[in-house]
Design a protein around this ligand. Structure first.
Ligand SMILES: Nc1ncnc2c1ncn2[C@@H]1O[C@H](COP(=O)(O)OP(=O)(O)OP(=O)(O)O)[C@@H](O)[C@H]1O
Ligand SMILES: [Mg+2]
Length: 309
């Protein structure tokens, strides 16, 4: 069953389309990472899904239903879009308590549980106005999870978190998905903060959902390879295939070859020299998803170099 389906979701502001014709689906137990640069249309998309703003065109279906006709559907959803929705002069605990009662949750323990889960228990009596960005972020996530939603929608949840907290947040979200089959839709403009987490990655650019990558496609994009730069790619390819039985390689522009098979670099170099192929350069590299993302959203270089293992 689909938790979310959108059909041609579109938003216009001042006659300009900021979200264009987005069709996306999320199933139970999936984490959908929506990645896009600033202004790409992430928040606008999430707000339309949550019925916080009205789509100019298209429609949203939640749990197989039209949310406009079934408002109670939103009880099954938890979300955190912006920190401006806190009562800033109240404490962290008070903010959660208000939400807890609003959601009709009788157990007070739930507030404590969520404060602990997001490492905020020690700050429970601190006013939100004195919170850092990262702390507000965590409080927002705690609030969104308070009523044990089946579908969680988080706008840039990793924003402002230090690496340790980010790691813990990822683990918390993974647990929700693995143990309770919660579906999660989250956004980010920094790919490395969500690529490990996402089972599907949707790339949004200028309001268009330009590509969706599933888990296998993501792994493919992150493969390691040995990059050769040679004077004669034809000769080099011949040696790779016929003398070294290497089949997984691609020839790129500029006399470059990427070899995806595991290979002994010294042996490879010796063979090339024997076959009169000049090797200018040999680098252990990895197709970086970040660079892939940058390249399809216009800027950036295709290659990113990592030191050899
Ligand atoms: N209320 C509004 N009125 C007019 N234009 C808006 C409004 N809200 C958003 N926009 C415009 O719509 C586009 C998409 O904005 P949106 O906030 O969805 O992007 P985003 O991907 O969330 O960006 P960021 O990474 O900066 O949060 C931007 O060009 C923005 O300026
Ligand atoms: Mg945004």
């Amino acid at each position: 069953m689909y938790v979310l389906r959108t059909f041609g979701l579109t938003k216009l502001y001042q006659n300009k389309q900021v979200v264009k014709n987005i069709d996306m689906t999320i199933k139970k137990g999936e984490i959908y990472g929506l990645i896009g640069r600033n202004g790409a249309g992430k928040t606008t998309t999430l707000k339309m899904i949550l019925h916080l703003i009205k789509p100019s065109r298209g429609k949203v279906e939640l749990f197989g239903k039209n949310p406009a006709k079934h408002q109670s559907i939103f009880e099954r959803i938890g979300s955190f879009i912006s920190a401006s929705t806190f009562y800033h002069n109240l404490t962290a605990e008070e903010n959660l308590e208000i939400h807890r009662r609003l959601m009709g949750i009788t157990s007070k323990k739930r507030t404590e549980e969520m404060l602990k889960k997001l490492n905020l228990f020690q700050y429970k009596d601190k006013k939100v106005e004195d919170f850092s960005i990262g702390m507000k972020q965590r409080l927002g996530i705690a609030r969104s999870m308070l009523h044990y939603p089946e579908f969680l929608i988080l706008d840039e949840p990793t924003n402002g978190l230090d690496p340790q907290v980010m790691k813990e947040l990822r683990q918390t979200l993974m647990k929700l998905v693995n143990n309770y089959e919660v579906a999660i839709l989250l956004s980010s403009h920094i790919l490395s903060e969500i690529d490990h987490l996402s089972s599907v990655l949707g790339i949004i650019h200028n309001g268009n959902l330009i590509e969706e990558l599933n888990y296998e496609a993501l792994q493919e994009k992150k493969k390691r390879y040995l990059q050769l730069s040679v004077n004669d790619v034809n000769k080099a390819s011949f040696i790779l295939e016929n003398e070294m039985e290497i089949s997984e390689y691609v020839v790129c522009n500029g006399g470059m070859i990427k070899i995806y098979n595991r290979v002994d670099a010294a042996k490879l170099n010796a063979r090339m020299v024997e076959g009169s192929v000049e090797v200018y350069e040999m680098i252990n590299a990895r197709d970086s998803l970040e660079n892939y993302f940058l390249s399809i959203t216009e800027e950036g270089d295709h290659l990113d170099y990592y030191p050899a293992d």
